[in-house]
Write a protein that binds this ligand. Structure first.
Ligand SMILES: [Zn+2]
Length: 298
């Protein structure tokens, strides 16, 4: 039995195996012993903290996982502005859900609602809601997406503006993309990939439609984005959906804008290259189709 055995009850179990007298020979070993590389395990939970909220519907105080400001390092972004961070998918943590009544929103919208919206949420969500706990120290992708779905349900029930609903769809699509990038190569890989790809497409399509509507019906900024950012986002989504007229118009608006930043203009130029390829391919396809039709007529 070690001299220090039992220290674990004081939280010092790591000291239980300490030798009382260091062996002499250890000291004789030439000084430069190879150090074993330290295995640094960085977990998503290291970037999170529990933020306090009070539910504006039922006044319950609760806590919700939030990413610590400034801790995560951004390492890039997708053409549609989805930010990517090292070690943590921050997009998983933008939802706030009252565990008591089921009221849920993106963090930037959580506090704000009209009296009518509160009534709609009480009737449409709260009286039916049967929540469950999110016990882990971080959210799985499935949990994060479930939370976004509840946020979207709330937004629909409270008749939120198109921009808010579009923004929820955009973020849900981004989380689904994160899930796709992190899919485990197990037996269900192919099946999951098909499902999540389809869902991502559906959410991003709704984001596109919603922001197009919002752009023509709501004042800027939209969801904290200025006009140039929204135009760039819409141009990127229009390019993806090969909506070439919309994409072309928005891109040329950005490139000739006096207020767009040089960074936005650079990104718009990259988008234009992509769009030109789409236009070229479409023209080729049309030509081939016409030639085929002509041949059949002869
Ligand atoms: Zn509540």
């Amino acid at each position: 039995m070690g001299l220090l055995e039992g220290l674990s009850s004081l939280g010092l179990g790591n000291l239980e195996k300490l030798d009382i007298f260091e062996k002499e020979e250890k000291k004789k070993i030439p000084e430069k012993k190879k150090e074993e590389p330290k295995e640094e395990v960085i977990r998503e939970a290291d970037f999170l903290f529990d933020k306090s909220y009070t539910c504006p519907i039922c006044e319950t105080d609760f806590k919700c996982k939030t990413v610590r400001a400034g801790k995560a390092r951004m390492i890039g972004s997708d053409p549609d502005l989805r930010p990517k961070y090292e070690h943590v998918d921050v997009l998983k943590y933008d939802t706030v859900i009252c565990p008591e009544c089921g009221y849920a929103a993106l963090s930037r919208y959580f506090k704000f609602m009209t009296r009518i919206q509160a009534k709609l949420i009480k009737e449409g969500i709260c009286i039916h809601y049967q929540g469950h706990k999110y016990d882990g120290d971080s959210y799985t992708y499935d949990e994060a997406i479930e939370r976004y779905k509840l946020v979207l349900a709330n937004a629909i029930v409270k008749k939120a503006k198109p921009s808010e609903k579009a923004y929820i769809c955009l973020k849900t699509a981004w989380v689904l993309r994160g899930q796709l990038e992190n899919l485990e190569m197990d037996a269900s890989y192919v099946k999951k990939k098909v499902i999540y790809t389809r869902q991502e497409e559906e959410y991003i399509r709704n984001a596109y439609d919603g922001f197009l509507t919002a752009r023509s019906s709501e004042p800027f900024p939209l969801c904290g984005m200025d006009e140039q950012t929204v135009d760039y986002l819409l141009a990127a989504l229009a390019t993806r959906f090969e909506d070439v007229d919309v994409a072309g118009r928005l891109i040329s608006d950005i490139l000739s804008s006096k207020t767009a930043s040089s960074r936005t203009k650079d990104k718009a130029r990259m988008l234009k290259e992509e769009l030109d390829l789409v236009i070229k391919r479409k023209k080729k396809e049309e030509k081939e189709k016409k030639e085929k039709a002509d041949q059949e007529e002869e």
